[in-house]
Design a protein around this ligand. Structure first.
Ligand code: SDX
Length: 385
């Protein structure tokens, strides 16, 4: 076997340029179109960050107003999407609901395009498709949680901005500013992260000149995995297993002996901590104080301190996000769909970037199967004749 340098998982492989974001593990930093994500999270509504990712610049007041007006037009859960979700079993995973909804929205929007060459769309059409998904997903996620709880759909309110309306449709009541701010922060932090697995999936699909909706459906499938977006849900399952802070050491003894991956820790790119964690941790702390839940802080800190000291592996964004979403009132199964609602902005920015400077993504493989052989040597035995 000749020596071939296989890069399993494409670890450490740079496959293309992107101007959308810069992840720098050496400085532990993350820039969205040049802006530090911490500054964006501290000062911007999520709609402005969506605009930045799509257009490369922060919006003027007029441009933000126009985006908000368009986003309000697409907020409502359409009958076809609601019917599609209602056809799914109540026990279907919410990520399967969201994946189905994205597929139905795409099928409806592309209906009548009977030439596959035309489905890819123009840059303007794809920007509108991006805004449409950005606007429609909150109602899908909110309805999914309410449906599972046996609650009625809550209709969107045009007097609320994106984050406030998302929370309104989910809980059917006004929520405190500290919750809105924490939620807005989480959406900005989750929005974009260069060539992560789900974004790269979207770019692979876009590189075949398939349509934006197909690329998003593929990305949702990739994000569901617990090694990727599904980790924020898995963090809460771990917290439920541990129960209280004083159980952490014994729980970790067993988990590490069983060689379990501790969800919410580690990262393929960041090796000494995820640049987004301090900002999300500060938002979590504000929620802990707001809801007077020192037990959450005790458990969160105990597991982090013990695991970092034992393995030198640091938390990623999913670690503070899980307990934060739990305190906000979201069901654990709703966590990764929230990640979808945020990352739709990064995914669509990358899809449009891929389309603007495309090359079919098709890597090589090294064959290690049987040497060439021929069919005349094959004689099925009587059993399978
Ligand atoms: C996200 O790429 C992105 O940008 C993703 C993301 C984004 O914004 O899009 O940041 C979002 O997906 C964050 C990651 C969420 N996933 C998890 O929290 C799942 C748990 N984490 C691990 O599975 C792991 O850390 C990965 C998958 C995230 C990264 O793993 P790598 O880079 O492939 O490294 P590895 O799995 O080969 O680990 C190296 C060593 C191994 O030990 P050995 O087998 O060499 O002895 O570190 C160990 C691993 O076992 N290790 C862990 C661990 N993470 C790494 N051991 C226990 N628990 C962990 N969490």
């Amino acid at each position: 076997m000749t020596d071939i340098d296989i890069k399993k998982g494409l670890a450490g492989v740079t496959v293309d340029y992107t101007a959308v974001s810069k992840v720098n593990p050496d400085t532990n930093s993350l820039l969205y179109r040049g802006y530090p994500v911490q500054e964006l999270a501290a000062t911007q509504p999520f709609e402005a960050v969506a605009y930045l990712l799509w257009h490369g610049e922060l919006p003027t007041a007029q441009q933000l107003a126009e985006l908000r007006a368009t986003e309000r037009r697409y907020r409502a859960l359409t009958d076809e999407v609601k019917q599609a979700i209602d056809l799914l079993p109540l026990g279907a995973h919410p990520m399967d609901e969201v994946r189905t909804a994205a597929s139905v929205i795409g099928a409806a929007d592309l209906a009548g395009i009977d030439n596959v060459m035309d489905a890819v769309g123009t840059p303007e059409e794809n920007l509108q498709r991006s805004i449409r998904l950005f606007a429609a997903l909150p109602a899908v996620v909110a309805y999914g949680q309410r449906r599972r709880r046996g609650q009625e759909l809550v209709v969107a309110r045009d007097d609320l901005n994106y984050a406030e309306n998302f929370l309104w449709m989910t809980f059917g009541e006004d929520v405190d500013e500290v919750v809105v701010d924490a939620f807005n922060t989480s959406m900005i932090l989750y929005a974009e992260h260069s060539f992560n697995a789900s974004t790269f999936t979207a770019r692979v699909i876009a590189s075949t000149l398939s349509d934006l909706y197909s690329a998003v459906v593929g990305a949702i499938g990739a994000l569901k995995g617990p090694l990727h977006g599904g980790a924020n849900e898995a963090v809460l399952h771990i917290f439920d297993e541990i129960g209280d802070a004083w159980n952490v050491n014994s729980w970790l003894d067993e988990a590490l002996a069983a060689k379990r991956k501790i969800m919410g820790f580690g990262h393929r790119v960041y090796k000494r901590g995820d640049s987004r964690v301090p900002t999300m941790k500060a938002a979590l702390d504000r929620l802990v104080d707001h809801y007077d839940r020192p037990d959450v802080r005790a458990l969160y800190s105990a597991l982090e301190n013990e695991f970092v000291s034992r393995k030198g592996i640091y938390p990623n964004l999913d670690y503070p996000s899980g307990p934060a979403y739990n305190l906000m009132g979201f069901d654990t199964l709703t966590f990764t769909p929230l990640f979808v609602a945020a990352r739709i902005t990064g995914w669509t920015a990358h899809i449009m970037e891929q389309q603007a400077s495309n090359a079919l993504i098709r890597p090589l493989s090294a064959y290690n199967g049987p040497d060439e052989r021929h069919i005349e040597g094959y004689v099925p035995d009587a059993a399978n004749a």
